[in-house]
Structure formats: structure tokens, C-alpha cells
Design a binder for this molecule. Sequence first.
Ligand code: COA
Length: 165
Amino acid sequence: MTAVTVRRVGGEDWPTLKAVRLRALDADPAAFTSTLAREEAFTDAVWQERAGAGRSFVACRADAVVGLVSYYAEDGRPRERQLVSMWVAPEARRSGVARALVDAVLDAAAAEGAERLTLFVVDDNEAARRLYEQLGFVATGEVQELPSDALRTEARYALPLASAT
Ligand SMILES: CC(C)(COP(=O)(O)OP(=O)(O)OC[C@H]1O[C@@H](n2cnc3c(N)ncnc32)[C@H](O)[C@@H]1OP(=O)(O)O)[C@@H](O)C(=O)NCCC(=O)NCCS
């Protein structure tokens, strides 16, 4: 199988970020709190700003983009980073792409001095829950309703970073 590479998205890469994010929202709407309709309406300036923030990574196999992940610092939680937007194209699943994307975020968050990485998983997303548990993430007990669907909940998971003492 062709090797997968992970690279950080820069400002000039905004069309790549836009394309893979919209594909993710189209392919797996139940996994995300945002929607395709919402993000299709974003102007190019929004995508340029997202890409320029340098907080997304794409996974590439041959010339194709097959995965995406982003992270950011939540308001009021300066010592943490939250992993968001994780998605791997169906044709590239179960070959370690998500694991490689999480690794990239772990390195980036640690390099920024963060002490732990958190994320939310929708409760019925068995694949994602297993992925994160296998990587050592543990449920924090924090559960919240999905903004888009009050009948479904998502749970916060967390992993301490190696840089933390
Ligand atoms: C969840 C998702 C990101 C996993 O991506 P992936 O590249 O297939 O994951 P990996 O190959 O790196 O898998 C790593 C481990 O995660 C677990 N895992 C991944 N997919 C799984 C599945 N469908 N069922 C059970 N366990 C799974 C396994 O433990 C796997 O290790 P193994 O293959 O050695 O058994 C992918 O299925 C996806 O994009 N789903 C739709 C979007 C989504 O749910 N995003 C997450 C939002 S929180």
C-alpha cells in the first residue's frame, strides 16, 4: 500500500482544506456538530483564515488527500488543546491514518506547551470511541447534548501530554 504522509495546512492550502472538510461533512454528517449547509456557505476568506491559523493537518496518499484533523485552544482552557474535525476517507480507513493524524496533533499541542489534549465523541460513534480509547484517551465524565440534535449526546475524552509534568 502507498505510504501516507501527514502535513500541516498553511494559508496557501485553503482550497485543499475546504475540499476535504466539505467532503467529510457530506460523507459523515452524523459524526460532526457542524453541517455541510453551514460550511458550504463560508466565504473564501473564512477558509483562508482557517488554513492560515496553521491548526489543521491533512493526510495524503499518493496525490490524494485522504484525511483531516484540526485542533484549537478553547476559551478559558489555555493549558489544553481540543482535537476536532477528525475524518478519514472511506477508501483509506483501517490503515492507521487516524492514528497518524492524532500523533501530529499530539506533537503540535505538546510543542505549544499544552498539558492535555481533549476531544468530543458522539456517543453512537463506536469507531471513533475505539480509536481514541486505543490511543489512551479516557472519558472525563463530561457529557453534553449536540447543539444540532438534543436527542444525541457527546462525551469529552482527554489524554495527558508527555510534555506535562
Ligand atoms: C473514526 C475514523 C476517524 C477512524 O479512522 P481510521 O483511519 O480508519 O482509523 P485507524 O486505521 O487509524 O484505526 C486505529 C484504531 O482505531 C480503532 N478503529 C478504527 N476504526 C474502527 C472501526 N470501524 N471499528 C472499530 N474500531 C475501529 C481500531 O482500534 C484501530 O486499530 P486497528 O485497525 O489496529 O484495530 C474514521 O472511521 C472516520 O473518519 N469516521 C467518520 C468520521 C468520524 O467519525 N470522525 C471522528 C469524529 S470524533
